[in-house]
Design a protein around this ligand. Sequence first.
Ligand SMILES: Cc1cc2nc3c(=O)[nH]c(=O)nc-3n(C[C@H](O)[C@H](O)[C@H](O)COP(=O)(O)O)c2cc1C
Length: 381
Amino acid sequence: MPFDDGVFSSVAASARRRLPRLFADYVDGGAHGEWTMARNRSAFRKWGIVPRGMKNVETVDAGVHCFGQQWKAPFMLAPVGFAGMLHPDREAGAARAALRCGVGMAVSTFAIDSMEKVAKVGGAPLAQIYVFRDRALTRDMLARAAQCGIDGIIVTVDTAITPVRERDVRNGFRHLSRPTLMQMAGLLAHPRWCLGMVGRGTPAIGNLAGYTTAHGIMGQAKEMAAQIDPTLDRTDLEWLRSEWKGQLVVKGVMHPEDARVAIEAGADGVIVSNHGGRQMDPAPATLDVLPQIAAAVAGKGDIVLDSGIRRGGDVVMALALGATAVSIGRPWAWALAAGGETSVENAIRALSQEVVDILGLAGLEDIAALRRRGPDALWEL
Ligand SMILES: Cc1cc2nc3c(=O)[nH]c(=O)nc-3n(C[C@H](O)[C@H](O)[C@H](O)COP(=O)(O)O)c2cc1C
């Protein structure tokens, strides 16, 4: 059975029509053979959610408390690099949609809108950072975050190496700063996207503008990606903990030992993520490793799961198996590309409604009831 994009199928299709091929593939693609990406989706097929009746589900509340914030639905928008290249509403538009819907939002290090611009929207977003080889840069990002009202820091730890993403290689994505004639033709074949970009000046990674003099987004990305420190270990997390007083979250955890290290180093939570299949391939699905990680964290921190969430049922399964909440990456990127801020809001509302419907059909009035029932809410197929 082919995998679809769930409740996001129509915005995903619309994004693929509107975007130049090389951006559509950049969002859709994964590392190497894209097995991890497929596994992330197929893992949800191994479970059913048991319908239950004769419970009062007249009102269902899907709100959660996660990473020190109260969200109206149990999910957040994951950090997505270059999202601002997909639509002129950029990351700030997505942040406005998230704020209106009462869900969390994380701004990527590689965001076109700076964290300052995104934070100005309100709602105290989270900022995703890397530990850079030059610690002064990391310290500066933390200082900027504290200054502009960022609520928490997400440090990504699964990018010590940048693997080949074959679609990007085919499209010459990383050489976009000096586009070939073929690439120019590909961009011009998508006039709506081109018109959206016209008049906004040369695109730049606004979030990193102060740290690089490289030309164009790809030049800037290359220079800054080389700054990601592959020697990062527990002592660096302890250092981050000493530098940052707010919520500290470690993203890219796929092994219980890594979860334990993160919590012992002082993190407030972890994100169980294989980067949507964009880093290690072949890796296990996040849903499959979640129970072991939940056991290792043992209630000492929040756990968000991402990679492959496309349906309300996926969200409920992840929470039943130990996640506090989940996050979505490609879905909000597709929605932004398809129709800007409004589409992101519609996509968030569609997923929220599915979560509410599934909880109600399972006879669960809120997330606390789901947690009490835990894996008993599910049926292993
Ligand atoms: C286009 C794209 C760019 C991404 N950029 C980043 C990034 O800059 N930092 C990061 O920590 N994760 C990044 N991610 C990973 C997401 O935060 C998230 O882990 C992943 O998208 C979840 O899987 P999903 O797309 O299946 O929902 C990116 C993902 C995509 C699809």
